[in-house]
Write a protein of this length. Structure first.
Length: 318
């Protein structure tokens, strides 16, 4: 009996890493004769560029879900941030542009946090509302037009450049994931997040400021979404209202795939990063297999459902 339980715990904890390795082997073997092959470095860097920003969104989503919350507004934050950053970089320069972009995420995150923690609106409803609100703001202020960024330094540093052939987005992703994982595992704030998500009443009785913790995780999610928006703008050389659109679902999928509980109390930043890269691998492989956009959507939907079902069952067993 103990062996059976320990095996389940092992699978629950390391399934994402085992699945990642298994898929890597399958794709590398079955797609070796398609183009230059799945493991061609050009294709690998392409996957990283496509998934690094989802991984950064996933870090914020990990904290939100870990605390028993959810943030559906991150996609809208990305689009609005890219526009504000583009306008400000063009008008005032690189540093003001970055600060203005981060301010967008801080404001939206603070609004979400206040609505959830003190107004007591359920997180799904609160962030769905701000998602719609700021998506509308982005479309209104931009007139559905893109805003180019001609500052080459900004475009290089914030997403569009390579250092020695290595995409700068990989460096951003690694730094954010490492810092996020360390804070979650080693700092008091990380323990407070997990305790609030696991049992908010017990956390309150043990001295954790539950409302403030919820506010902080939503603020963090907003700021990381705005950082992703800045990097999206740098990668594509401009801002557009549609950047990040619907990417909240990708961030949630990557986070849940990585072992974070949809019900709170369990979280892994490293797992979310692996989940994001794995989703990118799957998307890339589906294209190489010749599936069209709608078939890819079917496969991704099935993966999300399977991931949620597995994590829910794993939690019941433990």
């Amino acid at each position: 009996m103990k062996t059976k339980i320990s095996a389940r715990k092992f699978l629950s904890k390391y399934m994402i890493y085992l699945a990642f390795v298994a898929l890597l082997i399958v794709f590398s073997l079955t797609l070796r004769n398609v183009g230059n092959g799945f493991l061609d470095m050009g294709n690998v860097w392409n996957i990283i560029r496509q998934t690094a920003l989802i991984a950064i969104l996933g870090v914020g989503m990990t904290y939100a879900l870990g605390a028993g919350q959810i943030d559906l507004s991150v996609g809208s934050v990305v689009g609005l941030t890219s526009l504000v950053t583009a306008w400000t970089v063009q008008a005032a320069g690189l540093i003001p542009g970055v600060l203005a972009g981060l301010a967008v995420g801080a404001v939206v995150g603070a609004i979400n946090g206040a609505l959830i923690a003190w107004v007591k609106i359920p997180p799904f409803i609160a962030t769905l509302g701000t998602q719609i609100l700021f998506a509308g703001v982005s479309r209104t202020v931009s007139g559905l037009k893109s805003v180019p960024i001609t500052n080459m330094t900004f475009n290089f540093v914030f997403g569009g450049g390579d250092f020695g052939g290595v995409p700068v987005l990989l460096l951003w992703m690694v730094v954010i994931v490492i810092v996020g994982q360390l804070f979650l595992r080693k700092r008091p704030f990380g323990r407070q997040v997990i305790s609030v998500g696991g049992n908010p009443k017990a956390a309150l009785y043990s001295g954790v400021r539950v409302k403030l913790t919820i506010f902080k995780v939503m603020l963090l999610s907003g700021v990381l979404a705005s950082l992703a928006g800045i990097l999206w703008a740098g990668r594509f050389g401009g801002g557009r209202y549609s950047l990040g659109e619907a990417e909240e679902t990708s961030a949630i999928a990557a986070t849940v795939l990585g072992g974070t509980s949809i019900n709170g109390g369990k979280a892994s930043v490293a797992g979310a990063c692996v989940g994001a890269v794995m989703l990118g691998m799957i998307n890339n492989a589906l294209v190489m297999y010749g599936l069209d956009v709608y078939q890819q959507m079917v496969v991704r939907g099935l993966i999300i459902l399977a991931a949620v079902a597995f994590t829910v069952n794993a939690e019941k067993d433990t």
